[in-house]
Design a protein around this ligand. Sequence first.
Ligand code: UTP
Length: 287
Amino acid sequence: MKIKKAIIPAAGYGTRFLPVTKAVPKELLPIVDKPMIQYIVEEAKLSGIELVILIVNHGKEAIEDHFDINYELEDTLRKKGSNGLLGLIEGLSDMIKIVSIRQKKALGLGHAVLQAKHLIGDEPFAVILGDDIIDAQRPCLQQMVEVYERYQKPIIAVQQVAREDISRYGIIKGTQADDRVYLLDDVVEKPSPETAPSDLAIIGRYILTPEIFDILENIPTGAGGEIQLTDGLKVLLKHNGMIGYRFEGERYDGGDKLGFLLANIAYAMKRPEIKDKLVDYLKGYTR
Ligand code: UTP
């Protein structure tokens, strides 16, 4: 079955980015001049997604506005003849169909995904985290959709991480079945490097089957009284099997200060009008 819907959970508090996230949604922080979530929605579109379901909370209305029409601004730019600028915002409102649902309490990523149950129905769907930016020639989600078509099993995107970072992630245990493809036996949340079953970490892209909803509704709350998606994935894995897919591309953790800054530098390097001056500045920078 084709993957047509993507859930983008964006109802977290973004505490690692306080104070800016007190009033500004983390997902709207810019990578150069585009909000992080726009990269995510563009990736969804390029991967064949037809409906994006945003999970938001109080204070995230500006995300909805970003993907809406702003007649006044468009009209002003049109009258000024600023066609270049107009082109940057004009297509945003009809790029893809977007609906938003409120997660009334931040009870975890699993709980956020559960909010979209009634809009998904009986079909496989994607989950893309609003702050995991992946720079890839072929969009990461598109790569995963192709793997889903081959294996017809839930897919989680993984990346190799340095030994010292292993304990920050969910880590997969499995056997390699093909280039970049792993058949999973288990996922282990934040293991120590000594006990970790691999160095392949789960990142913010998933293709899931609707069985996950019943599972999430029935699992006990995990760490911090939250419904953890990883706990649900463990059960789904036992029922349906699951694939870990080591995607092609560079991932930036936009929810982390350093990851966010690195993403800004990497994307700025692609802009001819910025690149040379940025390189000069960085070369001249001494500790
Ligand atoms: P994170 O824990 O990375 O994001 O959750 P956060 O809570 O926004 O940020 P910090 O850790 O406090 O700095 C991963 C993703 O899950 C979403 C977040 O919006 C983020 O995209 N999420 C998390 C929800 O939508 N609801 C939740 O209850 C928890």
